[in-house]
Design a protein around this ligand. Structure first.
Ligand code: MLT
Length: 329
């Protein structure tokens, strides 16, 4: 009896001294938290929950979504950057992760070194929407209305750096107008207000815009790409709407805090690859106007390269238009 207890004690001790990478071979052996850095009900949340569900099935463990909204995705990213690098806290994020270093003066993490990219998930355009009650029949009329209203017209956005911020800012630049920007913790709540007629305009990702357009709860004017989307064939492309430079492409990827064991990177990357080649997911993506990343962009190193090139692209873009970093609150 005594000998058995001694062995048990020794085992516990030796486990405690084992390097993380050795114990991680059995990863995951407890639930994983997936941080979504925007409010529930929005496009990041929609994609995040799809990813969580698929990871859970592939990895055989529960994956719990935690919405940590605020500061255009910065608060959620910071939470992930500071979590233990054991693979039990992951982050799903989009282009705002790459835009933040150019927009926030006081980021409490270094975007280039704080994360381990695990794999890119999907990419797609955004859609310019208005509340249903707006009496504008097409993009030309909407643009004229926005120019006439100026700051009397309201446009929702999900914090500085978010896709909706970039889209709304680009639209204002192209139209040469300044609208009243209304901040939200995500476009989930912004969409609720648009449907209720509380705000005039919102530029949202196709993922959540398409179902609302199909349901007739909002009006759609332009897709932020050179082609129309099959799922909303009546909505003009940016060029057809008269603004060929109104181009915004969103992308999502998964991250872990830097320093996670390589087995975590391998297992999660393999699970993402399995998910985005699954015909059911492909059908779901297509129905909401979004596409999985192609095979040559599915590795963690391709993801890291994409993140770094987006950081550089945003830096050049914001510098060119004279945007200076602000404090994240
Ligand atoms: C969200 O889920 O709220 C969005 O991803 C925010 C955005 O980038 O516009």
């Amino acid at each position: 009896m005594r000998v058995r207890s001694l062995i048990a004690v020794l085992l516990v001790f030796s486990m405690g001294l084992m390097p993380v990478s050795a114990t991680a071979q059995g990863y995951p052996d407890k639930p994983i938290i997936l941080i979504v850095p925007f409010a529930a009900g929005g496009p990041s949340d929609t994609v995040g929950r799809l990813v969580a569900d698929n990871l859970a099935r592939s990895l055989g463990q529960q994956v719990i979504v935690e919405n940590v909204g605020g500061a255009g995705g910065v608060l959620g990213a910071e939470r992930a950057a500071k979590a233990a690098p054991d693979g039990y806290t992951l982050l799903t994020h989009h282009g705002a992760l790459a835009a933040a270093p150019s927009l926030y003066a006081n980021l409490r993490y270094d975007t280039k070194t704080a994360f381990e990219p695990l794999g890119l998930v999907n990419t797609g355009p955004m859609v310019l929407l208005s509340k249903k009650g707006l009496e504008t029949a097409n993009a030309k009329e909407l643009f004229a209305w926005l120019k006439a209203q100026g700051s009397k017209a309201t446009v929702g956005f999900a914090g500085v750096g978010s896709n909706s911020y970039i889209c709304a800012t680009l639209l204002q630049q192209l139209l040469g107008v300044k609208l009243a920007m209304v901040p939200y913790r995500g476009t989930g709540p912004a969409m609720i207000d648009l449907v209720a007629g509380q705000i005039d305009v919102l530029c949202d990702q196709a993922t959540t815009a398409v179902p609302q357009i199909q349901g007739g709860t909002v009006k759609a004017y332009a897709v932020t790409s050179s082609e129309r989307l099959d799922s909303i064939k009546d909505v003009p492309s940016a060029k057809e709407a008269g603004l060929p430079d109104f181009s915004v492409t969103i992308w999502n990827g998964l991250y872990a805090p830097k320093g996670v064991p390589s087995v975590v990177v391998e297992k999660v990357n393999a699970a993402i690859g399995k998910m985005i080649t699954d015909p059911t997911i492909l059908e779901r993506f297509a129905a909401t106007g979004t596409t999985p990343f192609p095979a040559d962009m599915r590795s963690p190193s391709a993801h890291a390269k994409h993140l770094n090139s987006e950081i550089a692209r945003f830096a050049t873009m914001f510098k060119a238009v004279g945007v200076t970093p602000q404090e994240a609150k």
